[in-house]
Design a binder for this molecule. Structure first.
Ligand code: NAI
Ligand code: 15L
Length: 265
């Protein structure tokens, strides 16, 4: 791989992917709205607010691919979501079109489908049922990607990441956990496959009780290796059972689905 941009490089997943992708690209161009002080060999840094098109255009110039992790990553005020996720995703795709970038890894979220019941088994054809304004913004990003594929041929992996952390910390995450190593492997597969199209992929490890079926994306060749099973005992010990009638238990998005609307200040 040549020159690849990593947006959101100062965030949780950005930091993890910097480590996991060492040596994979000729140059990993780190970008974030907050500064990153320590830059390693094979990396460079460009500060950029995704909400500012001129900055995004400069960021994307001369790159061969984009791993788009940047933006608002949980529920927040609409203004924040609009800047980082609505404008930000549009700016990434429009810059890619103007500058001829052909493939984007888009960090979507399970919260696009968070209002589905935990009884449902979902695949790429399941309807979006966002559980938050944040989830709506990720659905918007997926539609943006589909539009830029259909009209301009820009390929995307729409990766509905479950819960990507060092380890699952609650009972829900036993179903939704994605290991950092499986995520890094998915990024590599997305850039290695001959033809990607515009493909929804659930970003989830090989957990025993997953709600998501990735068979439609088998052609990408990604086989997650990790499983939340090894963490079950710890999670059961540390995360008390919620009452059966707690609505957060009904929905895949958990408390994203039950929390009230975030008030703009
Ligand atoms: P994070 O909040 O730690 O990182 C997001 C980064 O984006 C931050 O460093 C932040 O400074 C940057 N950012 C925010 N607004 C920006 C703007 N306007 N311009 C430029 N940069 C901006 O989030 P995390 O956990 O690393 O997630 C990365 C991506 O993956 C996010 O898009 C998130 O929605 C998505 N995701 C993550 C999941 C997880 O389990 N960690 C689950 C599902 C989706
Ligand atoms: C997300 O989309 C968030 O970015 C992350 O912080 C977690 O809350 C994750 O979903 C989750 O559902 O566990």
């Amino acid at each position: 791989m040549k020159r690849i941009i990593l947006t959101g490089a100062a965030g949780i997943l950005g930091k993890a992917m910097r480590k996991a992708l060492v040596g994979w690209a000729d140059e990993l161009v780190l970008s974030d709205i907050v500064p990153i002080e320590e830059i390693n060999d094979g990396e460079s840094f460009v500060a950029c607010d995704l909400g500012d098109f001129a900055s995004v255009l400069e960021l994307v110039r001369g790159c061969d691919g984009i791993i788009h992790l940047g933006g608002q990553s949980v529920e927040c005020s609409f203004d924040n979501i609009m800047n980082g996720n609505l404008k930000g995703t549009y700016h990434i795709y429009e810059a890619a079109r103007q500058l001829g970038v052909k493939r984007i890894f888009f960090a979507s979220s399970n919260h696009v489908v968070g209002f589905h019941s935990r009884e449902d088994r979902l695949d790429a054809n399941s309807p979006m049922r966002p559980d938050s304004l944040y989830g709506v913004s990720k659905g918007f990003g997926e539609l943006m990607a589909q539009y830029y594929f259909d009209k301009f041929g820009i390929e995307s992996a729409l990766v509905r990441i479950g819960s990507c952390f060092a380890k699952p910390i609650d009972r829900r995450m036993l179903s939704t956990w994605l290991s950092e190593s499986d995520l890094a492997d998915l990024i590599k597969k997305v850039y290695a496959v001959n033809r990607l199209g515009c493909t929804v992929i659930y970003g989830v490890s090989n957990n025993p009780n997953s709600w998501w079926d990735n068979r439609h994306a088998n052609f990408v060749g990604w086989q997650p290796k990790d499983s939340s099973e090894q963490f079950e005992e710890d999670v059961f010990k540390n995360d008390p059972l919620l009452a059966n009638d707690n609505p957060a238990l009904l929905y895949q998005g958990g408390f994203f689905a039950t929390a009230g609307h975030f008030e703009d200040k």
